[in-house]
Design a protein around this ligand. Structure first.
Ligand code: NAP
Length: 223
């Protein structure tokens, strides 16, 4: 679990640890013993080395990292709020970091049998679904992430035909990331419910779905 300290990541890790069928759940974040900082590829390499030292059969990798606002990133309401450094930071954390996770972890997946790499994207990263505007950096960095997922899925299929690499929208979830943007009338799930839904979707998908983008109920989302 990458982003095991986050609202959704923690709920997913707890739920997986309680499920039979997984011998171990490894969780990483910037505060884990082996720290994962998506802005520093050497830390991603260190985490990959740590995973390789662990006696686990790697079947499920979930990337639950991401940033919307704060920590150097701005959720812009208008182009007037665009800031180059903040946009770059959003791209590094939301798109380039997950791409580097794919670079270092997809080769560790077994060549035979079902295995999954899922990254938490966001519906607002869909270009076709963008009707409200705003959040330039977040939207664009998640759209870039979606393209990276699709591209990596194609490469992954060549050596691991039973593997999946997918993007998932978790729905709106009550976490620090969404707290400032809660609106009356918006359906907000608890992290525990979101985790259950995400895992249910992951359980049903087959290799034919690799390279696709799904919501928390398993419905495909337009790119
Ligand atoms: N919550 C929602 O409503 C919602 C809706 C749509 C999509 N999503 C997506 O779901 C994912 C998880 O969101 P969340 O709501 O659980 O957010 P969250 O509670 O704020 O957790 C964010 C996670 O990202 C990690 N992270 C941030 N910057 C990092 C960096 N530079 N290096 C390594 N890890 C970093 C954090 O780890 P640290 O402890 O190291 O900071 C934390 O584990 C995100 O991709 C988000 O875009 C969420």
């Amino acid at each position: 679990m990458f982003g095991a300290s986050g609202g959704i990541g923690r709920a997913l890790a707890l739920r997986l640890a309680a499920q039979p069928g997984f011998s171990a759940v490894l969780g990483y974040s910037r505060s884990s013993a082996v720290a994962l900082d998506l802005c520093d590829e050497s830390s991603i390499e260190a985490v990959a080395a740590d995973v390789q030292r662990s006696p686990v059969d790697l079947r499920l990798l979930i990337d639950a990292t991401g940033v919307l606002d704060g920590d150097g990133v701005v959720a812009e309401k208008t182009w007037r709020q665009m800031d180059g450094a903040a946009m770059m930071r959003a791209f590094v954390v939301n798109a380039i970091g997950p791409a580097l996770l794919m670079k270092h972890f997809l080769p560790l997946l077994p060549r035979a049998g079902r295995c999954v790499f899922a990254t938490l994207s966001a519906r607002v990263g869909s270009i076709g679904d963008n009707r409200l505007g705003g959040w330039y950096s977040y939207r664009a960095s998640k759209a870039a992430l979606n393209q990276i997922v699709r591209t990596a899925a194609i490469e992954l299929r060549r050596t691991r035909p039973e593997a999946l690499c997918i993007a998932l929208h978790p729905g709106t979830v009550a976490t620090p990331l969404s707290a400032r943007f809660a609106k009356p009338g918006l359906e907000v799930q608890s992290p525990e419910v979101a985790a259950l839904r995400i895992l249910a979707v992951l359980n049903t998908l087959t290799a034919q779905s690799s390279g696709e983008f799904f919501d928390q109920r398993g419905r495909p989302i337009v790119w």
